[in-house]
Design a protein around this ligand. Sequence first.
Ligand code: AMP
Ligand code: TRP
Length: 338
Amino acid sequence: MTQTFTPRVFSGIQPSGGLTLGNYLGAIKRFVDMQDDGHFETVYCMVDLHAITVWQNPENLRRNTRELCAGFIAAGIDPEKSILFNQSQVPEHAQLAWIFNCVARMGWMKRMTQWKDKAGKNSENASLGLFGYPALMAADILIYHATHVPVGEDQKQHLELTRDIAAKFNNDFGIEFFPITEPVIEGVATRVMSLRDGLKKMSKSDPSDMSRLNMTDDADAIVKKIKKAKTDSDPLPDHLEGLDGRPEARNLVNIYAALNDATTQSVIDEFSGQLFGGFKPKLAELAVEKLAPISSEMSRLMEDTSEIDKILIRGAERGRELAAPILQKTYDIVGMLR
Ligand code: AMP
Ligand code: TRP
């Protein structure tokens, strides 16, 4: 018998400080689109348990969790329409993760490129949590029986592992209990690149602040960073292939398209033949129009965080309502007596 699952979206972001344009275009903006699409139930989470797989100063962690929540809301996540909360407050995530630690194999984990990148040569000294991180991520998704997970390109391998864990659990216990989740890695901005190097991902951990737009940047900072962004001296091409081998040019065109809900082709059609000296001010204007209201709403929400705290408490209650019965059913399947 094939079980049918409610169309449900889950995604998470780590509250480890600083939200970039990459997080916005690659994740949050798409979360808002899926919320407003009306086809899905949407569950969005600040994954604080994931954040502590590397050291977090407790005071900063609290602040960053609230700031991330403010970012979600300022960007258009409606806490009535979506379930919005921080991971640690729905303990079923960690409980299911334990079960999945016993399903996933060491070899699967060792192959994760994010583990290899983050642990590096010093893997003996990395936390056990960092190694097990993808099993917790699978639990985040599957504790809601989520069917769709919007993420950026860098999370693709973790989502494949989530599918493997679901399939192995279903197979081990001979029951089709967990859905085989679909990754949603779509759109022109699933990989926003650094403004200083078109071959590097835009990241909050890049030492140069000029390499990224932060969601908290004001209009002046946005304009300055786009003006200084690395480009080449050729005009914009008249067809897409003309961006091949021009990673910085492609990145700026993609950013323009994503901010404007347009395709790369339509941006090319509009600007072909123009030099970056002409294109950049247009991009800066668009970026300010779209991002400055988000950053000012974020600062407003951060002035008095009691509203955010209330939203998180209510979100966690709603999360638990969905998660608790699925955990109980999982325990029953595994053979835990109650
Ligand atoms: P992180 O900040 O690494 O926890 O990422 C949160 C979400 O933002 C994930 O879905 C990532 O895939 C996405 N993301 C982070 N950086 C980028 C980027 N440069 N381009 C596109 N998506 C990104
Ligand atoms: N690993 C994701 C990241 O670093 C964050 C994350 C945790 C997540 N759990 C998730 C994303 C579940 C999607 C679904 O970006």
